[in-house]
Design a protein around this ligand. Structure first.
Ligand code: NAD
Length: 499
């Protein structure tokens, strides 16, 4: 967070290139914080440069945003699915039209390579289009007859919007994570208050402007900016009916406690420590490619990072040799460098946190088998070369904890029973990958891996039709798919005499 003095420096820099983003956007109006309020620095993670400042909302602004959403609900909840579908389709079109600018902002803030930044925009478009389609089809919103054992009675089931939803998102896939919440919330006729991460809010500001340009009425989508305190004000506000939170498991616990007071509806998308299993019959080249993608995409800052790689003893040496070659070939570089494959960590603090965890793990006995290298252009940003640990102890922090950086651990196994037991030996349960040439074995892994999404011989493909969410401390509920829509709806049944 910046001091008041730093803010004054920032304001002077507005004449240069740094921008100052407003503390909140409420019912179509941008609100700036008074001089005495805090703001945080927005860095270019690839250079360490300050590119802008994010003002933080006050408690009074959060209250005002929630009231705006509450007031807007009166009219919005009575719009037809078809009307909402039209708006969602329009948002998708406007995001597509702004693709280059949105991807450029993702790169400028997070330092992601161009292909990753572009994929974020594509995922955002796909999500809005998917929920537009559900609205256009309308069957997901229609009253359904429920069979009861009395012909004189008519029983029906309807899905009502849950009300005002607080959407709280982290920094690793800004805009995408917001779209996963915003699109189904609008489809369900909820009104929302979004709380982006203060580190990566620029794309959320751009998305909010697009939503407004698409014609979504003022007050339906509001944004409050800031850190955990701003999020906490939202989660305790009595007029918030539903919280959809993506972030760490530690913060998720606090959100769950806050939600308990008013029994707010809750979706939690939290951390992970996922496994990738390479069977004896795997195509080793494919397994290596999936391991590199699963562990080092977005510099490993993925809840779904498959950072625990389990390799059958009979192919272990072959896998490790090919994995080393592949990891050393990952071009860690700023997005401007042609063929950059891996970007930086999001902040100096995240870099320090990951480096400290690696040091702690090594101190406790973990062996670094090999590491990648940084391009010379990485000198100023928050870059870290990929690190691979071989055979860590089962209680080593690098094996047990979510690192959220480019660190992967590899362990060998001798049987499917052993691999499944090791993969499931965690309180997390977000995703898993299995690489095998045997269909029967694949079916066994799909059935027995304790994870919300299991990929077989594929990269981490994500479709808006396929739900996202985890077992155990990886969260509660599911996003995307029809379940994602239902998470913004209350179920109401009616029973009465047939007319
Ligand atoms: P974080 O928990 O620190 O913060 C996430 C968001 O919550 C931020 O906007 C933050 O300001 C806000 N926040 C923090 N404390 C809060 C509180 N007490 N009440 C309300 N809001 C609060 O997480 P992060 O460091 O921004 O993101 C990394 C974490 O997110 C990782 O653990 C990662 O696994 C998880 N994540 C999960 C998924 C998923 O789909 N399961 C996706 C992306 C990230």
């Amino acid at each position: 967070m910046a001091t008041n003095n730093e803010r004054q420096i920032a304001e002077r820099r507005i004449d240069g290139e740094a921008f100052v983003l407003p503390a909140a956007t409420i019912a179509g109006e941008s609100l700036c914080a008074a001089d005495s309020e805090v703001c945080s620095r927005i860095c270019n993670a690839a250079t360490g440069e300050t590119i802008g400042w994010q003002q933080h909302a006050t408690a009074a602004m959060v209250d005002r945003a929630v009231h705006a959403a509450h007031d807007a609900l009166i009219a919005w909840r009575h719009t037809t699915p078809a009307a909402r579908g039209k708006l969602l389709r329009k948002i998708a079109e406007l995001v597509e039209a702004d693709r280059a600018r949105l991807a450029a902002m993702q790169m400028q803030v997070s330092g992601k390579p161009p292909f990753e930044a572009d994929l974020d925009v594509s995922d955002t478009i796909a999500t809005f289009n998917y929920y537009a389609g559900l609205c256009e089809d309308a069957s997901a919103f229609a009253a359904e007859a429920v069979a009861v054992p009395d012909d004189a009675l008519l029983a029906e089931r309807v899905h009502e919007p849950v009300g005002v939803a607080a959407l709280i998102v982290p920094w690793n896939f800004p805009m995408v994570t917001t779209a996963w919440k915003l699109a189904p919330a609008l489809a369900a006729a909820c009104t929302v208050v979004i709380k982006p991460s203060e580190l990566t809010s620029p794309t959320e500001h751009m998305l909010a402007a697009i939503v407004s340009e698409a014609g979504v009425p003022d007050g339906v989508v509001n944004v409050v900016n800031g850190g955990g305190d701003v999020g906490a004000w939202l989660t305790t506000h009595p007029l918030v009916d539903k919280i959809s939170f993506t972030g760490s498991t530690a913060s998720g616990r606090k959100v769950m406690q806050a939600a308990a007071q008013d029994m707010k509806r809750l979706t939690l998308e939290l951390g992970g420590k996922s496994a990738l299993v390479v069977r004896e019959d795997a195509d080793v080249a494919q397994a290596v490619s999936l391991a590199v993608g699963g562990a080092f995409t977005n510099a490993g800052q993925m809840c779904s990072a498959t950072a625990r790689i389990l390799v059958h003893d009979n192919v272990y040496r072959k896998f490790m040799a090919a994995f080393e070659t592949a990891v050393r070939a990952v071009l860690v570089a700023p997005p401007q460098v042609a063929d950059a494959a891996m970007g930086p960590l999001i902040s100096a603090a995240q870099h320090a946190r990951v480096a400290a965890l690696v040091a702690q793990g090594v101190e406790a006995g973990a062996q670094i088998a090999f590491a990648g290298q940084l391009d010379p252009a990485c000198a100023d940003g928050f870059f870290m070369a990929p690190v691979v640990i071989a055979e860590p102890a089962a209680d080593n922090v690098l094996w047990t904890d979510e690192i959220f950086g480019p660190v992967a651990c590899v362990k060998s196994f001798r049987s499917d029973d052993e691999a499944i037991a090791i993969a499931n030996d965690t309180r997390y349960g977000l995703v898993a990958t299995v690489v095998t040439g045997d269909e029967k074995a694949a079916r066994r892994y799909k059935a027995q891996l304790r994870a919300g999404l299991v990929w077989v011989n594929t990269p981490q493909l994500i479709f808006p039709q396929v739900c996202w969410g985890g077992f155990g401390v990886s969260g509660i509920g599911r996003e995307l798919g029809v379940a994602g829509l239902r998470s913004y709806q209350e179920l109401r049944h009616t029973v009465g005499l047939r007319g």
